[in-house]
Design a protein around this ligand. Sequence first.
Ligand code: PLP
Length: 387
Amino acid sequence: MYNEKMIKLGEERSVIRELFEYGNARKKIVGVENVFDFSIGNPAVPPPACVREEIRRLADSDHGYSSAPGLFQVREAISGYIETAFGAQMRPDLIYMTCGASASLTVVLNGIVNRGDEIVVLAPFFPEYRVFTEHAGGTLVVAPTDENFHLDAEKLRPYLNKRTKAVILNSPNNPSGAVYSEGEIEALAALLHEKSAEREEPILLLADEPYRELSYDKKVPHVMNFYEHSLVLYSFSKALSLAGERIGYIAVSPKCHRAEELFSAICGAGRALGFVCAPVLFQRAVANCLGQVSDIGEYRRRRDLLYQSLTRMGYSCVKPEGAFYLFVRSPEPDANNFCERAKKYELLLVPSDSFGVKGYVRISYCVDMGVIERSLPAFEKLIGEYR
Ligand code: PLP
């Protein structure tokens, strides 16, 4: 008998991946131009020039293993960057290079969770948090946000208890596009301090940050400047349009409770999960491109066109402040039905149920501008069915 839990996980696949595969099949039948695939967060904006140059330059470099946490000079570069760019205290020996944010999440969760521990997330949230938490032996606890999907510490309060191991924060947020303000993070930190004082060990704050640089107007506060027991789970997938190359890092704040022991647990989890080391070519490449971002103006143009067009047609949504998703209210209570109807017009939208809230759809607008422009008549016909 094979592992039943894994068979189930493999067979059910994620709603997003399912739609993505459906879209590929439809493209073969009705033509690439006629399918409007807004399912997956695969950046269509090219990587910045420095990334492409580094990849070419590094073709002749050493491709052997690095040490498990990564090349030391790369960890030094990242540590220095965190200190100068965000003013947060950091140390290279507390940086662990990973294969992107998913690996950062699984490694940290496996490193910190003891059976029965609770991991608190804010709805709406990235659906894989549930898979990663449960596989690590934890229980996912879903707390609400406010009516604009912003962080409200008082709404979170009832969900924190003696079993809470960590809170995962994701800002800019997938799928809502919310960017949490300094005031919101300050209130969260005060709550975590208060709750941590009632226990032997503090609650950890895990900042999942694949979209940090993709904030249109607001600065994204650095959690380590607000709460000492913080870890940043970073990925270059989105900011540098490198999603398929798998590169990111974990940064443990030196002020974290027993930071060195926590780092050992991270190394142990990385080893147990068989990651060995992050891709060395990309460790080197990103170290030389820190602070660079794909053209965010391209994402802003997509957001503005889609937001203005859809709201004019009568769709309702909060304007995204960051990331590259539009979270739109479904015109009928069951978002799954709405997404099925959308398929009639070759519009592939993701229903919100797996993000932990009902009645919304996520539109991933990191696609070619032409896809958005061509899709607008289809959106118009779709909303027409509800008039
Ligand atoms: N966390 C969030 C909130 C995401 O949206 C994603 C990817 O879409 C990930 C983590 C995983 O990113 P990566 O490609 O770096 O594994």
